[in-house]
Design a protein around this ligand. Structure first.
Ligand code: BGC
Length: 767
């Protein structure tokens, strides 16, 4: 397994004539006026300072020096973000625009403080045109191979720096607990531990092993969206959530805690409302929890327009001015305003002068911002140049993206070993996702909603194209059956030669039915119905009636319900959003070049009223009734968390533990091992999962929790021993006093191939 890349070192010296920055952040802040400080806290959208027509391919859009001067010189604005019209631009374009910003900041302002530019590089570098887009974070989690997160971070950092940008608004660490939520694909799935492991690696990938973000191959990362963003009651973006504090700590905090441990430099705040309090106004979450309890020392930035929303949306205060006071006093360091910066600067200045926001709070915020700019070495090396990044979208980077995609594809069903398909068979490819690049990549792909993959994704093949390449054009027929309405941005689909598709199935040996979702992001991705669309359901049912062997290939940002037809599918392959090289990975799995080894990073629900994760509570055992209750009876899924098949088989044996009990407070390691044998006739990869179950606890325990996992590769017939090491703290939980506690009692360690396929159970007691 390839685990690391070598990136050509780019030599960057101190720019000729500039003094190496020797002042500390504190010293710099001490020399600043109030207006200069407040300007540093202001972040504006690039659209505020642009001119020209954005009419591709001859767009004349670029920064306007006068508007830049007004923002940077007159108002001392310290940070700029986003891509104009959320559309990718060439690295050279970025390079030139940001250089112009730096020139003004460094030559025309008194304090000569460089601008901090930030972009959302969510699955690879979203906004430099021609970059290497990766699979989304959900795919990385499905690979259960954290090395892919590290590599994606490294490559995205390199390609971001190639565009003269030193800061990215990633990783997304929101818990993917609710399959309805439109940003589920941006995160690492439903499990807090998986999110912690992958979040840690992605931060290190972006920032480097030692968080040397001043290295021109690294960028500062921004963990987001702190905290509890992904579980609103409605399942819809930016709607209220109700989350008790102990629940926040137990499930939502761990991934952020891991990113802090990884040294992450910045954090973005949840745009939503928890327990009727907007998180942007929450002193308890931003200052007490994040700063004091979790020890985060980096910089806090708001999400888009969120200070203003305390007034305009949340009706918590009666003016923008009060909103600014609330947000800054809660602990915000930088406001992503992003438009009316003059108002922000004027009102915050008034608030300080009126004693409503203390000078100390301002100094604290600005010191963190300046410290970040120092860490990024922007005072000495304010620009990086696209010409110095020759590996931008290199074959090696593309290969890394392909490998991540291939490693995450998850085989959910394979009746009578239908897959892999033999060469020479006659195939009908059908369904809207067969020809959609958007459906392979999802949101944040050269644009916010992902629709500009069609303009910029020259290296991206569709599933149809990859299937033709794999199985030969003459063997692969295509009739859409259903298509997306292109003019419509989001999910609308329509019948497209529907009857002809059904007829074509009769002529084929196999039907590759490509269903799922079109690309979307954030609010536009909200759903009223989790079932896959009616027309796609109809197509699946019509195909099933033909009696042909059907392989359902899903490309989707979240698990859309397929229970109306899944039992009639012969094979099901979940590909999530596998990215630019995902189509080849899919064809390689269907053709057998790749033995699938992904496992679900979430529970695939079967019904809209059964949306619970694998770490639900025990259900009541009921004897003498017709209803089949058992202790997992409420976990009613299409496929369970951690599940995925292979073209080979694995046997688990010889489980061992180094002791069956430990006294409370012991720091001794618990060492658990198990032998895994590949009992099939081809090599393959298995994800070995270790769960613990707390049998009785003073707060109702979850039925089980993932504690460790490891992905291993085994040749046919080979056996390997997998060893897991834990300490008692790994068996702790958060009590109602919001303290992490370990309690005496009996536990089970469960070693499994999925959360519902436990192969070995070991007893353990804390005395
Ligand atoms: C999103 C953030 C993103 C920001 C800047 C917001 O709408 O919620 O995730 O970083 O925009 O683009």
């Amino acid at each position: 397994m390839k685990t690391s890349i070598i990136i050509t070192a780019v030599a960057f010296g101190t720019i000729a004539g500039m003094q190496a920055q020797t002042r500390t952040a504190k010293e710099i802040v001490a020399q600043m006026t109030l207006a200069e400080k407040i300007g540093q806290m202001a972040q504006i959208a690039i659209d505020e300072v642009c001119q020209g027509e954005d009419t591709p391919p001859t767009s004349t859009l670029r920064v306007n020096p006068e508007k830049l001067r007004e923002a940077i010189v007159d108002y001392h604005v310290g940070s700029i973000l986003n891509a104009p019209n959320t559309r990718a631009r060439t690295p050279q374009w970025w390079d030139e625009q940001i250089r112009e910003m730096q020139q003004i900041a460094l030559n025309e302002t008194r304090m000569k403080i460089p601008i901090l530019y930030g972009l959302d590089q969510i699955h690879g570098a979203t906004y430099p045109a021609g970059s290497t887009m990766f699979p989304q974070e959900i795919n990385l989690a499905a690979s259960w191979n954290p090395a892919h997160a590290r590599r994606m971070g490294e490559i995205a950092a390199y390609e971001t720096r190639a565009s003269n940008v030193p800061w990215t608004f990633a990783p997304v660490l929101d818990l993917g607990l609710d399959p309805r939520f439109p940003r589920q694909y941006e995160g690492f799935g439903e499990d807090p531990y998986v999110g912690s492991v992958f979040g840690y690696e992605l931060v290190k990938g972006f920032e480097g092993q030692d968080n040397t973000v001043g290295n021109p191959n690294h960028v500062a990362a921004c963990m987001k969206h702190f905290l509890g963003y992904s579980v609103p009651i409605s399942g819809k973006d930016r709607t209220p959530a109700y989350i008790p504090y102990n629940v926040l700590l137990e499930y939502h905090v761990p991934a952020f805690e891991a990113a802090i441990r990884a040294g992450v430099h910045t954090v973005m705040i949840n745009s939503g409302i928890i327990n009727n309090e907007p998180v942007h106004a929450s002193y308890d979450l931003l200052t007490k929890l994040l700063r004091q309890d979790l020890g985060f020392q980096g910089m806090i930035v708001t999400d888009w327009e969120d200070i203003n929303k305390l007034y305009t949306r949340d009706k918590m205060v009666t003016s923008i001015k009060e909103a600014i006071k609330q947000g800054i006093n809660a602990g915000i360091d930088m406001s992503m305003i992003p438009y009316d910066y003059k108002e922000f600067c004027t009102l915050l200045t008034e608030l300080v002068n009126e004693g409503e926001v203390s000078p100390a709070r301002i100094d604290e915020a600005v010191t963190r911002i300046i410290q970040l700019k120092l860490d990024l070495n922007l005072f000495d090396v304010p620009n990086t140049y696209s010409k110095d990044y020759p590996e931008f979208n290199s074959k090696e980077f593309q290969q890394a993206s392909y490998e991540a995609a291939a490693d995450g594809i998850t085989l959910l069903k394979n009746t009578n070993n239908l897959l892999p398909l033999k060469k020479g068979v006659k195939i009908l490819v059908t369904g809207p996702n067969a020809v959609s690049k958007r459906a392979l990549n999802g949101g944040w792909t050269f644009s916010w909603q992902g629709e500009k993959i069609n303009e910029f994704g020259k290296d991206c093949r569709t599933i149809l194209e990859a299937m033709q390449q794999q199985f030969g054009e003459k063997n692969v027929n295509y009739v859409p059956g259903v298509s997306y309405v292109d003019a419509d941005k989001y999910f609308v689909d329509r019948k497209d030669r529907f009857d002809e598709a059904v007829k074509a199935a009769q002529q084929a040996d196999y039907v590759i039915l490509c269903l799922g979702e079109n690309s979307y992001c954030e609010k536009p991705g909200d759903l009223d119905d989790l079932y896959i669309s009616d027309l796609q359901t109809e197509l699946a049912q019509a195909m099933a009636k033909t009696g042909k062997k059907i392989v359902l290939v899903l490309t989707e940002g979240r698990p859309r319900l397929i229970s109306k037809f899944s039992k009639n599918m012969d094979a099901i392959v979940q590909t999530y959003l596998p990215g630019m090289f995902g189509a080849k990975a899919i064809a390689d799995v269907l053709g057998g070049e790749i033995n699938p080894s992904g496992k679900l990073p979430y529970t695939y629900p079967a019904f809209p009223n059964s949306l619970i994760p694998y770490y639900h509570k025990y259900a009541e055992e009921q004897a003498n009734t017709d209803v089949a209750y058992n202790y997992e009876g409420d976990y009613n899924f299409e496929y369970p968390f951690g599940y995925g098949l292979s073209y080979t088989t694995f046997q688990y044996s010889n489980p061992k533990i180094n002791g069956t009990n430990l006294p409370l407070n012991s720091k001794q390691e618990i060492v658990i091992s198990v032998d895994i044998t590949n009992t099939g006739n081809r090599s393959g990869r298995e994800v070995v999962q270790l769960y613990s179950a707390d049998l009785y606890a003073s707060l109702v325990p979850d039925v089980k929790r993932l504690r460790r996992f490891e992905k291993i590769e085994l040749k046919a017939g080979e056996t390997k021993t997998v060893t897991f090491r834990l300490i008692l703290d790994d068996l702790s939980f958060i009590n109602l006093q919001n303290q992490r506690v370990v309690e005496p009692g009996d536990f089970h360690f469960q070693i499994g191939a999925s959360s519902s396929d436990i192969k070995e159970t070991l007893n353990f007691t804390i005395q």
